[in-house]
Design a protein around this ligand. Structure first.
Ligand code: CP
Length: 308
């Protein structure tokens, strides 16, 4: 029997994932793309703890659980929780972990998932903590890149938009560092990649460069990964200055490489015009659909010692 390196692991950041871990998730997700239902989570209860809004992450985790025979408890805001009476996040997580086999947590506070990891007696999956990390999104992003390009090593990828507050960016760049990828970082000057993340890329020998002209970058890359400006993470005045700086329209793609694919973790606000949806380059809805097999893979690997 092959080893399951993810059994009973926490997924808090992508920093702690090895290349072997990532390949195991991808191979297992590939199986779930063919076989959409199973019993890997029979008798398991997943606590779906969403303190912040979500469409894709929450519903794909819950759907994954149900498709694999498990059950879900949880909430979509803290309004009906005893945090309203002053209970701490630490105590809340400690108690919920005694009711569930695994906790999926999304929270506006950076470090919330790491705190939950300390408090809980069951595995934790970080479904997004403030502007910090969104590791399962990064896994499904890279799985999608492999799917649409047939390989990862040797690719040129542009990361566009809010690289400062975009948690999917922070998680994805760390995963990219496991591969031979060339990164083009395209953002307003005020929303560039945090130094802590670019330092890690330097340490790993990843080639990257900073840009503010999207048109100049488009012909050079295999993947354009767009992100939304994270309006909720900074002030209204600052948002007004950067909100419409990068908007992709289909006429901007005339010099794109034939294999170019456009990704976006969604939700989009206005970063990608609807006319791009009908081009052969758009792949963001397939990307969102891949949330299901990738999260099925993670849940089943964390909760079963034997490989699915
Ligand atoms: N991509 C993503 O995290 O989407 P939701 O906020 O809808 O979960």
């Amino acid at each position: 029997m092959s080893e399951n390196s993810l059994y009973q692991r926490n997924i808090v950041t992508t920093k702690e994932l090895s290349l072997d871990d990532v390949n195991l998730v991808f191979a297992t997700a590939q199986k779930f793309k063919q076989q959409k239902h199973g019993n890997q989570l029979q008798n398991k209860i997943i606590a779906s703890c969403f303190f912040e809004p979500s469409t894709r992450t929450r519903l794909s985790f819950e759907s994954s659980t149900i498709r694999l025979g498990g059950k879900v408890v949880g909430f979509t805001s803290d309004e009906a929780l005893s945090v309203q009476k002053g209970e701490t996040l630490y105590d809340t997580m400690r108690v919920i972990s005694s009711y569930a086999d695994l906790i999926v947590i999304r929270h506006s506070q950076e470090g919330a998932a790491a705190l939950a990891e300390q408090a809980a007696s069951c595995p934790i999956i970080n479904a997004g903590d403030g502007a910090n990390q969104h590791p399962t999104q990064a896994l499904l992003d890279l799985f999608t890149i492999q799917e649409c390009q047939q390989h990862i090593d040797g690719l040129s990828i542009a990361l566009v938009g809010d690289l400062k507050y975009g948690r999917t960016i922070h998680s994805l760049t760390q995963l990219c560092a496991l591969f031979d990828i060339r990164l083009y970082l395209v953002s307003p000057e005020t929303l560039t990649l945090p130094e802590s993340v670019s330092d890690l890329l330097k340490k790993k020998g990843i080639r990257f460069s900073f840009h503010d002209d999207l048109k100049e970058v488009i012909p050079k890359v295999d993947v354009l990964y767009f992100t939304r400006i994270q309006q909720e993470r900074f002030g209204a005045a600052e948002y007004q200055l950067v909100k419409n700086q990068f908007i992709l329209t289909s006429d901007m793609l005339s010099k794109a490489k034939p294999n170019l694919k456009i990704l976006h973790p969604l939700p989009r606000v206005n970063e990608i015009a609807p006319d791009v949806d009908n081009t052969p380059y758009a792949y963001y809805f397939q990307q969102a659909a891949n949330g299901l097999p990738v999260r099925q893979a993670l849940l089943s690997l964390i909760l079963n010692e034997s490989l699915p």
